[in-house]
Design a protein around this ligand. Structure first.
Ligand SMILES: Nc1nc2c(c(=O)[nH]1)N(C=O)[C@@H](CNc1ccc(C(=O)N[C@@H](CCC(=O)O)C(=O)O)cc1)CN2
Ligand SMILES: Nc1nc2c(ncn2[C@@H]2O[C@H](COP(=O)(O)OP(=O)(O)OP(=O)(O)O)[C@@H](O)[C@H]2O)c(=O)[nH]1
Ligand SMILES: [K+]
Ligand SMILES: [Mg+2]
Length: 465
């Protein structure tokens, strides 16, 4: 087993009734025994107790004063989260108590853990692979049913299983290629074999390609479906953002050009996370900063899946067709919802002419200020979101690191296919096969994982995880 020093950390968030300190490493039980006295009459120290037991007792400081009455749970290697000897001390949730106990542990031989260090040890001790360790962080960060389901599936090894099956197929193909090499003298053998090998390569390409394509869904689920709010100045875009977020997030004023820079925030609507992006109003301007802001509005429009084009129906639209000419061509392949705002004021919707210009656009009439029509707009957004139903067994890539490795694996398998089509020799083909295998292995980790990769992954974890 991978041995290390003994680490400790507060594992719970501040402010709860109970605070838990986690201790893991070869000295975990010995160090805990130095500061903890069991209440029971049997006098057994933790080192003499069975694993998966809970012991009530006191923690005393160096002067013998009771710091807290606590419960200590005991785990013995390899049967713990980290795979090491571990104890958990459940204290009263006072940050003073927790800091006192932390200091006692450190004085008695522990080191304060860094972010993700417990999970990193679980990985190094073979309790989980790298994609499962990453899922632990995603699980903690999950804020919707969909992100929870994806992270839980990945943590339980759903993605790992899919990759293991791919690896099997690739190894099979490699061995067949090598077999072909051995028999390459028999020309009549080659043709029959090649078509079978090509079929296997095509299957592999299908699976990797599907995983690569799933990232756009995975990314939308994890970071929210991008919804750009665009339109003329003073149309009420920022007012609408605030209504959707239910929070005074953006500055609203009757001054044209109030929003200069992009404002983004996420909101969970009906279990789906949306990322709303308020942008600078589009108008002719000589102001350099405002022009830069408007340029960004168009960039955000292009990156969005759903576009809310906000129009002030109470004001005349002298340059309506010009504005439409700027917006509509950029909405191809996106879901466009035209929002006629300020329904509380009198005015008309130019729905007819717009329907001609962009027949697939949906329209809705609302008052962002009076918050009328917002529910209907939310329902429209949910219908537009069109996130496929995620089942427990779905494998959807949500992690950029995995996406990059899979993209490289896909390139490698494409090279394999090209080489086969060109009738190149088996040893050239198996080089690309090995590269494909390498990139798939990068995802789950193993001997090839560098400290730099590990550092990058675990630095985003919380302390105590
Ligand atoms: N108090 C506490 N709650 C917690 C955790 C923890 O570490 N401590 N967890 C931490 O994230 C999660 C639970 N995860 C855990 C995973 C494995 C083992 C464990 O003891 N595994 C053994 C036995 C497995 C078995 O019996 O099947 C093993 O792997 O050998 C413990 C916790 C969530 N809640
Ligand atoms: N009566 C009425 N006024 C509204 C409505 N929505 C917004 N307004 C007002 O319209 C003005 C402009 O609103 P903003 O939300 O700042 O408009 P914007 O589109 O973000 O404007 P820029 O950031 O300058 O592009 C403010 O005075 C709002 O109070 C509405 O539904 N009804
Ligand atoms: K404004
Ligand atoms: Mg604004």
């Amino acid at each position: 087993m991978y041995t290390q020093d003994t680490i400790c950390a507060v594992a719970t968030a501040q402010g709860g009734a109970i605070g838990i300190i986690r201790v893991s490493g070869p000295e975990a039980i010995t160090v805990a025994d130095r500061i903890f006295s069991p209440a029971s009459q049997d006098g057994l120290p933790l080192s003499g107790r069975k694993p998966y037991t809970l012991t009530f007792g006191t923690i005393r400081d160096a002067g013998g004063e009771v710091v807290d009455e606590v419960l200590v749970s005991l785990f013995r290697a390899p049967h713990s989260y980290t795979g090491e000897d571990s104890v958990e001390i459940s204290c009263h949730g006072s940050s003073y108590i927790l800091q006192q106990v932390m200091q006692l542990l450190i004085r008695n031989g522990c080191r304060a853990a860094g972010p993700g260090e417990f999970t990193q040890r679980a990985f190094l001790n073979g309790k989980m692979d790298l994609s499962q360790a990453e899922a632990v962080a995603d699980l903690i960060a999950s804020s919707s049913a969909a992100t929870h389901r994806l992270a839980m599936n990945q943590m339980k090894g759903g993605f790992s299983k899919e990759l293991a099956a791919l690896r099997e197929k690739l190894l099979h193909l490699t061995s067949l290629m090598e077999l072909e090499l051995d028999f390459s003298d028999h020309e009549e053998l080659e043709f029959a074999d090649r078509s079978e090998l090509k079929a296997i390569a095509a299957q592999i390409e299908q699976v990797i390609g599907g995983l690569v394509r799933s990232f756009s869904t995975g990314n939308a689920i994890k970071n929210g479906i991008p919804v750009a709010i665009i339109g003329e100045t003073n149309a009420g875009k920022s007012t609408l953002l605030n209504a959707l977020l239910n929070e005074e997030r953006a500055i609203v004023s009757d001054i044209h050009g109030t929003t200069r820079d992009v404002i983004e925030d996420t909101m969970n609507i009906g279990g789906v996370t949306f990322r709303f992006i308020d942008t600078a109003g589009i108008r002719e301007t000589s102001d350099t900063i405002e022009s830069l802001g408007i340029e960004r509005s168009f960039q955000k429009l292009e990156q969005a899946d759903i576009v809310l084009w906000v129009i002030d129906r109470s004001a005349p639209h002298p340059d309506f067709s010009r504005l439409a000419g700027q917006i509509l061509p950029r909405c191809a392949g996106k879901h466009l919802i035209v929002v006629w705002n300020k329904a509380d004021l009198s005015g008309t919707d130019a729905t007819v002419s717009l329907k001609e210009m962009f027949p697939q656009a949906e329209t809705i009439s609302i008052s962002a200020k009076a918050k009328t029509g917002i529910r209907e707009l939310q329902d429209m957004l949910l219908r537009a979101a069109d996130i496929p139903e995620i089942t427990q067994s779905n494998v959807i890539v949500t992690n950029v690191r995995h996406y990059e490795a899979l993209s490289k694996a896909l390139e490698a398998i494409h090279r394999v296919q090209e080489s086969m089509d060109m009738g190149l020799s088996g040893d050239l083909v198996s080089q690309d096969l090995r590269e494909c295998l390498f990139h798939l292995a990068e995802i789950v980790g193993g001997e090839i994982t560098t400290d730099e990769v590990l550092g990058n992954i675990f630095k985003h974890f919380c302390i105590g995880k």
